[in-house]
Design a binder for this molecule. Structure first.
Ligand code: FAD
Length: 470
């Protein structure tokens, strides 16, 4: 019998649960990807993610062709395209890996309803533990990370990290009876981006290259991960997002390796699963605070301040460097995501949902669960979030995590000549000092758009009112 494997956020040829099971159970296997108009139509016409996916599909198609198959690529609404394709190909089963986002769950339910002639089988693939596999002893979902992580680690057995091999079963790939040609970006309605100029290798090979490079540094991860000027983290987030690398490979390596660096990194992979678990259990977090009492915070309506934040002209150098890194590269270092998000919500008093949306548009690694979780953590509205009275000071954060201003100077060239002792708060220079280093505040670089101490007081009042009310 024949089966169709529908690729979504799992764009790789090996260690792939749905592909493995389809190949094992069927004599003929077809593979397809849909550029889903439900996702693509609202995007700006220049979007690195579409190009990232297209490049990954090129490599995937190449691997399938080497093994006697080919990738069918459609551009339309997945809810229409997949049932139609299943009927055209006459398959008896449709295979896919599970996606835990509410819109994806609704889409899959629609596809299941509309695929009359084939069974829809779905598999766990993008996480080691999903949905309700890791629960408290009382059988409820965790809402605090550390006990979740401990339970996750206790539950872990070798089988959870074992690969789902594809290669040994590859003789069952079948050339589809329809035209198989990858569309161009232009045919999809998108323009070429600067993806090729970024230091981010793409596709499965790119992911493996990044991982090999990271393995050399993994022992230093715990010590270097918080300093944006250093090459500390793995830079694998976009690959994890689109599944060009298997989480089992990564978690398996870190777990076997052990040591402080690898253990800290494994914790980050577990944060990823924690937020995916939260999103699955509590899909309402998409638009609402995890803690319902925080849903009524009276945020400020401050479009000019929001624009300054988006464009990296707040007058706080580390925040501006962070936002410019995001705008220029589609990536932002984790420490800076926390600093930038805290600044928007607690210094500017702007609703976290505005920031979340901006990140969602710009991040190449945008992932609904992690982004929502990160924003709600910073805004103190989330599960296991930063307590509201702990407010990052953007100057202290800068002094601590970019002590010599190396990262700042990389993204805020106007401050290149500012002496180290002023780089974190250049407005503290006298007019003569500003003149001397060619950075006149208010002309070459903005004055701070808010006073941190005053903003801090306002934020404590804003949140304090809620805790009094509850
Ligand atoms: P590494 O440090 O090498 O970590 C390895 C992997 O672990 C990451 O690739 C990622 O998959 C996962 N991970 C690490 N930290 C977290 C975390 N705190 N939460 C969930 N997963 C994590 N991550 C995204 O993948 N997509 C997002 O849209 C996203 N938005 C964020 C928004 C905010 C406000 C904050 C504070 C964090 C956000 N993160 C997001 C988490 C984190 O910042 C990124 O995963 C990380 O910076 C990616 O870089 P890396 O791959 O080099 O990370």
């Amino acid at each position: 019998s024949a089966a169709l494997v529908w690729f979504r956020r799992d764009l790789r040829f090996d260690d792939h649960a749905a592909l493995h099971h389809a190949l094992r159970n069927h004599s003929r296997v077809f593979c397809a990807f849909v550029f889903d108009r439900a996702i693509l139509d609202p995007l700006p016409r220049v979007d690195r993610r579409v190009e990232f996916i297209l490049r990954a599909l090129g490599e995937l198609d190449g691997a399938l062709r080497e093994h006697g198959g080919a990738l069918i690529v459609r551009h339309g609404f997945a809810e229409d395209e997949i049932p139609r394709l299943a009927a055209e190909l006459g398959v008896t089963a449709l295979y896919a890996n599970r996606d835990y986002e509410p819109a994806a769950i609704a889409r899959d339910a629609a596809v299941r309803r509309r695929t009359a002639t084939a069974d829809f089988l779905d598999f766990k693939d993008q996480v080691v533990f999903e949905r309700d596999e890791v629960l408290t002893q009382g059988g409820t979902p965790f809402s605090v990370f550390t006990p979740y992580k401990n339970a996750w680690l206790r539950k872990l057995e070798a089988a959870h990290l074992a690969s789902w091999p594809v290669e040994p079963l590859a003789a069952r790939f079948t050339v589809p009876p329809c035209e198989c040609r990858l569309p161009t970006l232009a045919e999809l309605g998108f323009e070429t981006t600067d993806l090729a100029t970024l230091p981010l290798p793409v596709g499965m090979r790119g992911a493996q290259q990044l991982f090999r490079d990271f393995v050399e540094r993994i022992d230093d991860y715990a010590d270097r991960r918080d300093f944006p000027a250093l090459k500390g983290p793995s830079y694998l987030s976009a690959h994890l997002r689109f599944g060009t690398i298997s989480v089992r490979q990564l978690a398996g390596y870190a777990h076997a390796q052990g040591g402080r660096g690898a253990e800290t990194w494994l914790s980050e992979l577990i944060w990823r699963e924690f937020y995916q678990m939260i999103l699955w259990h509590r899909p309402q977090v998409v638009d609402h605070a995890f803690k319902p009492e925080y849903d009524v915070i009276g945020w400020d309506d401050a479009p000019a301040l929001f624009d300054a934040w988006c464009e990296g002209r707040t007058g706080y150098p580390l925040v501006d460097a962070a936002m410019r890194q995001l705008n220029r590269t589609g990536y932002m270092h984790n420490r800076l995501r926390m600093v930038a998000a805290s600044f928007l919500t607690k210094d500017l008093g702007i609703d976290w949902r505005h920031g979340e949306r901006y990140f969602a548009e710009k991040l190449l690694d945008f992932d609904l669960a992690a982004n929502n979780g990160g924003w709600q953590w910073a805004a103190s509205t989330g599960c296991d979030a930063q307590p509201y009275f702990r407010i990052f000071n953007p100057v202290t954060q800068s002094e601590k995590f970019d002590p010599a201003g190396k990262f700042i100077r990389r993204y805020v060239p106007e401050l290149e000549q500012v002496p180290d002792r002023f780089i974190h708060a250049p407005w503290r220079m006298t007019a003569a000092q500003q003149q001397e280093c060619g950075a006149l505040i208010g002309r070459d670089y903005p004055a701070p758009i808010v006073d941190h101490a005053a903003a801090r007081t306002r934020t404590l009042e804003r949140y304090g009112r809620l805790s009094q009310a509850s």
